[in-house]
Design a protein around this ligand. Structure first.
Ligand code: ZN
Ligand code: ZN
Length: 260
């Protein structure tokens, strides 16, 4: 399995996942043109994509989907409950490419298991398996639950939201109070603190690679998320580089993660 971050954060989210037979995108929150340009960096073209799996309706997760699907005749998969918000935002994609799931489903040699996550609209995280390889993606969640943990535990690689530093968010003058409250709320986004707490459980369950993702442009920095979470883990004896590798998914592609 190969995993490649095309973009992550407030400006758009898209993740490419590939096995011997399947090539998918989870979300496509950047323009179609930009998506293709970034896929080309690793020798993949738009026609190669078997499916786009959507987490939820927010624009930073589906900006490029409509045009991409129309241009490359790509099936779009979303949960039954997510389609209600997604459907009105699609005008170009053909109805025949709109696929509904409400439980586990396969795309070629991938098994995809959705788990509902708490956000201010219906939203899903995913565990994606191929043989012994297991990858999970969890972004846009206000808090974590035992159900989410049970779904993703044992994943070798987890994309985990580390959206904001709580103090930066509290003091953010660019955001009105209502927005700051939404982000920090139970159905908003995961803070560095909450991310660190969940990361620790993941490492104990066998996760060896964490990719901190969906960082806020205003209220976090890659350096802060990395150092804050690494330190929190170190306080409990989990050493970055020894027990787990931590990377940060940026707004631009940086590196490919490979699982055997
Ligand atoms: Zn969202
Ligand atoms: Zn988002």
């Amino acid at each position: 399995m190969r995993v490649f971050n095309l973009s992550s954060g407030s400006d758009g989210n898209a993740t490419y996942i590939e096995t011997e037979h399947a090539r998918i995108l989870v979300d496509d929150g950047i323009s179609c043109t930009e998506t293709v340009k970034r896929l080309n960096l690793i020798g993949v073209s738009g026609e190669d994509i078997d499916a786009i799996i959507l987490t939820h309706e927010h624009t930073d997760h589906m900006k490029g989907v409509d045009v991409f699907s129309k241009k490359f005749n790509t099936p779009i998969y979303a949960h039954n409950d997510v389609w209600k918000g997604v459907y009105p935002k699609l005008s170009k994609a053909s109805e025949g490419n709109m696929r509904i799931f409400d439980g586990d489903f396969d795309i070629k040699d991938l098994i995809i298991s959705p788990v509902e996550i708490p956000h201010d609209v219906k939203c899903f995280g995913f565990t994606i398996e191929n043989g012994d390889s297991k990858v999970s993606l969890l972004t846009d969640l206000g808090h974590t639950t035992d159900k989410i943990f049970n779904s993703v535990k044992g994943s070798q690689l987890v994309y985990l939201e580390a959206n904001h530093d709580i103090i930066m968010l509290k003091n953010c003058e660019k955001y009105p109070l209502s927005l700051r409250m939404r982000i920090a709320g139970k159905n908003g986004h995961l803070s560095n603190d909450a991310s660190a707490e969940f990361a620790e459980k993941l490492v104990e369950s066998g996760t060896r690679q964490l990719v901190l993702s969906h960082l806020s442009r205003e209220n976090n920095t890659p350096e802060l998320a990395y150092t804050y979470i690494s330190k929190k883990l170190a306080d409990d004896g989990i050493i970055e580089g020894t027990h787990v590798k931590i990377d940060v998914a940026l707004t631009v592609p940086v590196r490919i993660f490979r699982l055997k």
